[in-house]
Design a protein around this ligand. Structure first.
Ligand SMILES: [Zn+2]
Length: 80
């Protein structure tokens, strides 16, 4: 059975706010509610699992982070 990922739309509870995985049959309807708190959830495309757009270079820059890349022994270069 495939595993689907869900995440709360609103505030959610501890379980769904971080996202959770639900094993479902292909013919089951997607969940719309968190099984724990009944808050609304949406399906997260499996394609994006394991990929975090939050950590892309431009996003880090937007958030004021600086990414340091190790150049050679003991020196770091600022890339952002
Ligand atoms: Zn919940």
């Amino acid at each position: 059975m495939p595993i689907y990922q869900y995440k709360s739309i609103g505030k959610g509870c501890e379980y769904c706010s971080k996202g959770f995985e639900q094993m479902q049959s292909m013919k089951d309807k997607p969940l719309t509610k968190c099984p724990k708190c009944s808050g609304k959830v949406k399906k997260v495309p499996a394609l994006f699992s394991g990929y975090s757009p939050l950590l892309s270079d431009s996003n880090l820059r937007d958030k004021g982070f600086t990414k340091l890349v190790k150049k050679d022994k003991g020196t770091y270069e600022k890339t952002t």
